[in-house]
Design a protein around this ligand. Structure first.
Ligand code: NAP
Length: 491
């Protein structure tokens, strides 16, 4: 097989799968397929369509580094613009011809040096190299609320928004105050007849600007130098570094600054002292994923909005009953209750070399060497895999850095230096020991809160070091950590 002839299969056509397709094409690979279970590309930005959907990473930083977008309308990108940006990018880079939509991969097994894939509804494919770009937060988490089936109004998860249901004139209850719930409340306060926000654990809110770019600014951004000067990409990376240091070191200056900004936001922007106390969190800022919002406090103080901190006792035919015995009559209940964060490629059935099952490897929770590779799973690479950096910054940047690393491993296969490449088991175990030890020092672990960052053992499942350490780790593989098997040479 000559360089570039390898069959490469990418699973998932969200932000990361599109990136993989573009980069593989650019590297000269000609035999690529991207399988997508849905009917179109977009991942998170296809599935989430709730009112107020916005990415809280600034627009120009939530952009592929090789495909800048001068046309972002606002400081924070609206979800629909992000989806349109990915669709445009797919068309521009000719990715459509690699795409197979409505094609859900259900199994992948490594045998005789190749990955063999099975699909829902039948059919198969084979690959020399397999890439999982299946996303992280894609399986909605539904709460167990007594009597939910009795509700006569409309009830849906934030990621399954029912657009057939009109909102005007309706009484809407929104359960959950993660980034999603906060964005929905901000969008709907004043539009619904009445809106109630059910908050079990108050969250810290970081203020953020979300102005519009003027037509002149957008025109000027067509010049990459102007864009670079306006967005100061390097400076932004310094801010990301400060943010990660605040997670790693709760006593750091950055941690104190962010805590002070959140506190001032609450103190200065919530007028009623009772409401202010109800909104005051009891954990350290950054313990849960920090919420950036320009307008949540204004929204919850709207005359047609109310905060409900009383526990939910159950759902009845006409609304939600809280523990104080009050029935809150509602037409619509929105479950902004988050996602199962440990799904990754599953429910796909994965089997690596020597019959090693993914479920066995992940019996104690998802793990991977540096979030991208797995022992006994040769020529298999993950973008945004387990315990990778999933903090409050651009997952596009993270995926690009991971791609830089993965591309070097693929290159060794393409050049015929390795038929099979996978990390050594000891390398992953050593990485896991260090990761878990570091995770116990983070604010996610020590900050006094529960969050989706914590795995079933209570260990934060995210990159527990600084951004600069992540950049260093992704710069070049530590080749000693990898087994490179040349089948023909019997090495
Ligand atoms: P989330 O952060 O997991 O929040 C879920 C919310 O639902 C929490 O407030 C939780 O309360 C509440 N909840 C869950 N079960 C409940 C129950 N039985 N009764 C009452 N409340 C319940 O979910 P999310 O808001 O969808 O956000 C998930 C992640 O998606 C974010 O952290 C972020 O990574 C990503 N996201 C990003 C953006 C962005 O702008 N970049 C926007 C949206 C989402 P407790 O806190 O008490 O558990």
């Amino acid at each position: 097989m000559t360089q570039g002839d390898q069959r490469i299969v990418v699973i998932g056509a969200g932000m990361a799968g599109i990136l993989a397709g573009i980069k593989l094409q650019e590297a000269g690979f000609t035999n690529i397929a991207i399988y997508e279970k849905a009917d179109r590309i977009g991942g998170t930005w296809r599935e989430n369509t709730y009112p107020g959907l916005t990415c809280d990473v600034p627009s120009h930083h939530y952009t592929y580094s090789f495909e800048r977008n001068p046309d972002w309308s606002r400081h924070l990108p609206p979800g629909a613009e992000i989806q349109a940006y990915f669709e445009r990018t797919v068309a521009k880079y000719g990715i459509e011809r690699l795409l197979h939509c409505n094609r859900e991969a259900t199994s992948a097994e490594f045998s005789d040096g190749r990955w063999r894939l099975g699909f829902r509804g039948g059919g198969s494919d084979e690959a020399d190299i397999l890439i999982a770009a299946t996303g992280v937060l894609h399986k909605p988490k539904y709460p167990h609320l007594n009597g939910m089936e009795r509700f006569r109004g409309h009830c849906f998860h934030s990621a399954r928004w029912d657009h057939a249901v009109a909102l005007e004139g309706k009484r809407i209850g929104i359960i959950g105050n993660g980034s999603t719930g906060v964005q929905i409340v901000s969008a709907l306060a004043g539009k619904a007849a009445f809106l109630e926000h059910y908050v079990r654990t108050p969250q810290w809110i970081m203020p953020v600007e979300n102005g519009y770019f003027s037509a002149e600014e957008r025109a000027a951004f067509r010049d990459p130098k102007v864009l670079e000067a306006a967005m100061r990409f390097e400076e932004y990376n310094a801010a990301v570094e400060r943010y990660t240091m605040a997670i790693v070191d709760m006593e750091s200056e950055g941690a104190r600054e962010m805590a002070a900004a959140c506190l001032a936001n609450l103190e200065q922007n919530v007028a009623d002292p009772v409401l202010r106390e109800q909104l005051r969190p009891d954990h350290t800022p950054l313990c849960k994923r920090l919420i950036f919002s320009p307008d949540y406090y204004q929204a919850i103080q709207h005359p047609a909005a109310a905060l409900v901190t009383e526990d939910i006792q159950g759902v009845e035919e006409t609304g939600i009953r809280t523990r104080d015995g009050r029935l809150h009559e509602l037409d619509i209940i929105v479950l902004a209750t988050g996602f199962h964060p440990d799904t990754f490629m599953r429910p796909m059935h994965f089997r690596g070399r020597n019959g090693v099952e993914l479920e066995t490897l992940w019996a104690d929770g998802p793990r991977a060497y540096l979030a991208v590779t797995l022992p006994e799973f040769p020529n298999f690479f993950m973008l945004n895999g387990p315990n990778g950096p999933v903090g409050n910054f651009s997952l596009i940047d993270i995926a690009e850095r991971q791609w830089h690393y993965i591309a070097q491993l693929i290159d060794r296969i393409a050049r015929g230096e390795c038929d099979e490449i996978a990390p050594r088991r000891e390398a992953m175990e050593e990485f896991e020991r260090a990761r878990v030890a570091a995770a116990r020092n983070t604010v996610w672990y020590r900050g006094g809160c529960d969050s989706w960052y914590l795995d079933r053992n209570g260990i934060p499942s995210s990159w527990p070091w600084s951004y600069s350490r992540f950049l260093e780790a992704m710069a070049e593989p530590d080749w000693e950590a990898f087994e490179c098997i040349g089948r023909d040479r019997g090495e």
